[in-house]
Design a protein around this ligand. Structure first.
Ligand SMILES: [Cu+2]
Length: 112
C-alpha cells in the first residue's frame, strides 16, 4: 500500500510539474481525478467469492465517491489475495474508480 501511495504521489507531482511547465501552451491536460480516483476504506467483510473474485462488504460512507454507507459486492482485482480473509472480519481496502462507473478493490487486508 505504501509503495502504491508513493507511486501515486510521484505521478501527481509529475503531473502538477508538467502542468506548470505547460502553462501558457495550448495543450489540454485533464485532471487525473476525472478518470481515476481511489478511496481507502475500512469495512466489514461478509464473504468472498473466490471464483468470481467478488467481495461482499459493508462499508461506511465514502465521501470520495459520494457514497452513503451500504452493503455491496465489489469486484476484486487480480493480485489481491482473498484466501484467508474471514467473514465478519474488519478489512481495510482500496477502491479504485475508473471510467467514472467502474469500481474495483485493488488492495485489501485485515484491518488492525
Ligand atoms: Cu457501496
Amino acid at each position: 500500500m505504501n509503495q502504491r501511495m508513493r507511486i501515486m504521489v510521484l505521478a501527481t507531482t509529475a503531473w502538477l510539474a508538467s502542468g506548470v511547465a505547460m502553462a501558457g501552451m495550448e495543450h489540454e491536460h485533464p485532471p487525473m481525478t476525472q478518470t481515476t480516483a481511489t478511496a481507502q476504506v475500512t469495512g466489514t467483510l461478509h464473504g468472498v467469492d473466490l471464483a468470481k473474485r467478488t467481495a461482499d462488504i459493508e462499508h461506511p460512507a465514502v465521501p470520495e465517491f459520494r457514497w452513503p454507507a451500504m452493503r455491496m459486492n465489489f469486484s476484486v482485482a487480480q493480485g489481491v489475495k482473498l484466501e484467508g480473509l474471514k467473514p465478519g472480519e474488519s478489512v481495510h481496502f482500496t477502491i479504485t474508480r475508473s471510467e467514472q462507473t467502474t469500481f474495483t478493490i485493488t488492495e485489501m487486508g485485515p484491518a488492525h
